[in-house]
Design a binder for this molecule. Structure first.
Ligand SMILES: Cc1cc2nc3c(=O)[nH]c(=O)nc-3n(C[C@H](O)[C@H](O)[C@H](O)COP(=O)(O)O)c2cc1C
Length: 204
C-alpha cells in the first residue's frame, strides 16, 4: 500500500522558500510511490489555543475542547499519515508563529490520566497518543549564511515534535542563505537532495 506523506508549510509566503522545499520533498515522495498532500497552514483556520490545558488531554480522541476549526481535520490527517514534514522559515531564531500556533493546538493528541500530584512529573500517565512513533521530518530555511543560527529552532522542534508529541524525527532539512521569494530555486543541488530524501523515505 502507498505511504501517505503530508507536508505542512509554516511560511505566510506562497511559492516562498519553505513552500518550494515542501513541494520538492513531496514531488520526490510521489516519485517514490507515496500519496502526498500539503497544508499551507496560513490558509487554514487555526484559532489560538485558549490555554484551558488538560481539558483536551484528559479525553480520548483528538478534539480540542473549545474550537471547531481546521485543526480537527489537520490532526486527523497528521495521525493518518505515515510521515509528516514540518517546514518553517526561521523567524527571530525559532520557527514561525504560524507553526507555533499549529503545535500548540496539537495538544489533543495526548490522552492522559491524572495519577499523581499535579505540578510534579508523576501527575500524568499517558493513555494514548496516536502520533507516537510516527515518522517526521523537520526543517528550516533561513536568510543568514551561518547554520548555527537555527540551533534553537531545531532544539524546539526536537522538544515538541520528538519529545512532547513523541514522533520519530528521521531527518532534518536546513537551507541557509535564502531571503527573497524563490531564492531557493538557485540552490539546485540542495533541491535535488530534498527531492531524493522525499523519494527515499517514500520507498523505504
Ligand atoms: C519576521 C521575520 C523574522 C526573521 N528572522 C530571521 C532570523 O532570525 N534569522 C534568519 O536567518 N532569517 C530570518 N528571517 C528571514 C527568513 O527566514 C527568510 O527570508 C526565509 O527565506 C523566508 O522563507 P519563506 O520564503 O518561506 O517565507 C526572518 C524573516 C522574517 C519575515
Amino acid at each position: 500500500m502507498a505511504k501517505k506523506i503530508t507536508g505542512y508549510v509554516g511560511s505566510p509566503r506562497k511559492k516562498g522558500n519553505t513552500d518550494i522545499v515542501v513541494d520538492t520533498f513531496l514531488e520526490g515522495a510521489a516519485a517514490g510511490g507515496a500519496e502526498t498532500q500539503k497544508f499551507f497552514l496560513d490558509d487554514c483556520t487555526i484559532n489560538q489555543c485558549r490555554g484551558c490545558f488538560r481539558n483536551c488531554a484528559l479525553k480520548p480522541g483528538t478534539r480540542c475542547a473549545v474550537h471547531r476549526d481546521d485543526m480537527d481535520m489537520l490532526l486527523d490527517e497528521l495521525v493518518s499519515s505515515d510521515l509528516n514534514l514540518f517546514m518553517s522559515p526561521l523567524y527571530c531564531s525559532v520557527y514561525s508563529a504560524i507553526m507555533a500556533r499549529f503545535f500548540e493546538r496539537c495538544l489533543p493528541l495526548w490522552h492522559m490520566d491524572i495519577v499523581g500530584e499535579l505540578g510534579t512529573m508523576d501527575a500524568f500517565k499517558l493513555v494514548s497518543n496516536p502520533a507516537q512513533g510516527k515518522k517526521a521530518v523537520v526543517g528550516i530555511v533561513q536568510d543568514l549564511k551561518e547554520p548555527s543560527i537555527a540551533e534553537i529552532a531545531f532544539k524546539v522542534f526536537e522538544q515538541n515534535v520528538g519529545r512532547t508529541y513523541m514522533m520519530d524525527i528521521v531527518d532534518k532539512i536546513h537551507v541557509t542563505d535564502v531571503r527573497d521569494v524563490g531564492d531557493i530555486k538557485k540552490k539546485e543541488k540542495e533541491l535535488e537532495t530534498i527531492f531524493n530524501l522525499g523519494k527515499s523515505l517514500a520507498e523505504g
